[in-house]
Design a protein around this ligand. Structure first.
Ligand code: AMP
Length: 420
């Protein structure tokens, strides 16, 4: 499949060529034709799969196919965090270089007044985080009555962050027959299907990147550790190895990220910590330092790392193992971006074994265990339980049948493909 075969206009093909995308990724090849047919889509696609262009290209094609003289948004893209919103807006700009689509971004962390002022300009595509947009809408500074396409990115994370009610409140302001597309790293056990059933009308399911099919560019390894001191020694060895050019190190809390950052600096390793409490300017400054190679290590908590899209991260290191499989997948997807290779290490102490089992269950694979010479674990770390088998298809079908006896959806307008 080529981008030409997706029947995108030359303006978009030119932008794609400038980004050196040679052929569509699987999620792009599946999603773009569906969205061009004005079909609602529920896509299970982890970060790193090319999902952003998968929804921006059809949005831009819609604007090219049906030009209007509207000055208020026709496409609304919602993202859970400001970093992801900025990253998405950057891709909107890159892909719209050769067409006239206008775009704007609204997120927390900046002055509302300035953002409201920017809303006076014509806008085709609005990228926003739900909370700030709702706030601006409540002041009557934005009119969403001409939105035709709503895209919700990282819907699972949005639910995790408690943004579901804000999203629903925003959708109340949009005419009912909008086209919807939701992207989520996982569809399992997160209430995603209930959430999206109110938003999507008979959606096509795109599942090219199911939870057990993480990026093949990422080599995953578990290293067992005895204690905090042992973990620190392992971390230092991994980071100072010559194969490591830049490392994103994950901690489960802000406090642990700050503490680890200080420890790394005490070991003469250049590092900086990114966590949710920083003001936007500080976050950008730290991210830039890391991107430019001024510091080798970025220690981050999960929320702070959302939306980071850097091609040059060679190592992701789970200093703390995450509590959930989908978070693990998000974390390791920060390396092996585009065509590059990456490695993801997880440091595991014996008390982490239940978490490791959960992750292995989620990815449906046993993660390879490695040791570093001279730094082998001395205490016997229990071998993780084998990954469980997936539930039988028949059982899943029965479950789906039961859950389909839900109250009817809010929105039921059938979409019609525009005459070409
Ligand atoms: P995403 O999953 O949208 O965050 O994209 C992950 C990375 O893949 C980004 O760095 C994109 O620039 C890159 N990318 C997206 N589409 C393609 C493509 N068709 N070919 C090569 N790289 C791509």
């Amino acid at each position: 499949m080529t981008f030409e075969e997706l029947e995108l206009d030359t303006e978009l093909l030119a932008a794609i060529a400038e980004l050196h995308y040679h052929k569509p990724t699987p999620v792009q090849a599946e999603t773009i034709p569906l969205m061009l047919m004005r079909q609602d889509v529920l896509a299970c696609a982890a970060t790193g799969t090319g999902k952003t262009a998968a929804f921006i290209l059809p949005a831009l094609q819609m604007l090219l196919d049906e030009p209007r003289h509207s000055t208020i948004p026709r496409v609304l893209i919602l993202a859970p965090t400001r970093e992801l919103a900025f990253q998405t807006h950057k891709v909107v700009k890159q892909l719209s270089t050769h067409c006239r689509a206008t775009s704007q971004i609204i997120t927390g962390g900046f002055s509302s007044d300035q953002q409201m002022e920017k809303l006076q300009d014509p806008i085709d595509i609005l990228v926003a985080t739900p909370g700030r947009l709702l706030n601006i809408m409540s002041k009557d500074f934005i009119d969403l009555s001409e939105v035709e396409l709503v895209i919700i990115d990282e819907a699972d994370r949005m639910l995790d962050m408690g943004q579901g009610p804000d999203v629903n409140a925003l959708l109340e302001a949009i005419p009912e027959n909008f086209q919807g597309a939701c992207f989520s790293a996982t569809l399992a056990g997160t209430g995603i299907e209930r959430f999206t059933s109110d938003i999507l009308d008979d959606p096509a399911l795109v599942e090219v990147d199911a939870p057990n099919q993480q990026s093949i560019n990422v080599q995953q390894q578990v290293i067992f550790a005895d204690s905090k001191a042992h973990k620190q020694a392992l971390l230092k060895a991994l980071i100072t190895d010559e194969s490591c050019q830049s490392a994103l190190v994950f901690c489960n809390t802000k406090e642990r990220a700050i503490e680890l950052d200080l420890w790394l600096q005490s070991q003469k390793i250049t590092s900086t910590a990114l966590h949710g409490d920083l003001i936007q300017a500080k976050r950008l400054e730290k991210t830039k330092k890391f991107m430019s190679g001024k510091v080798k290590v970025l220690v981050a908590s999960d929320i702070a790392a959302r939306g980071l899209d850097m091609l040059n991260i060679t190592h992701v290191i789970n200093y703390d193992l995450p509590h959930r499989g989908d978070i693990y997948i998000h974390r390791i997807g920060r390396t092996g971006r585009g065509q590059q290779m990456g490695v993801a290490y997880s440091l595991v102490e014996s008390h982490d074994i239940p978490k490791l089992n959960r992750i292995q269950y989620h990815v449906q694979a046993k993660l390879p265990v490695n040791t570093l010479p001279g730094l082998e674990a001395k205490t016997k770390v229990g071998q993780p339980i084998k990954a469980h088998k997936k539930p039988h298809k028949k059982k899943l079908a029965q479950k789906a049948k039961k859950s389909s006896k839900k109250p009817s959806k809010k929105k039921k307008t059938k979409k019609v493909r525009p005459a070409s």
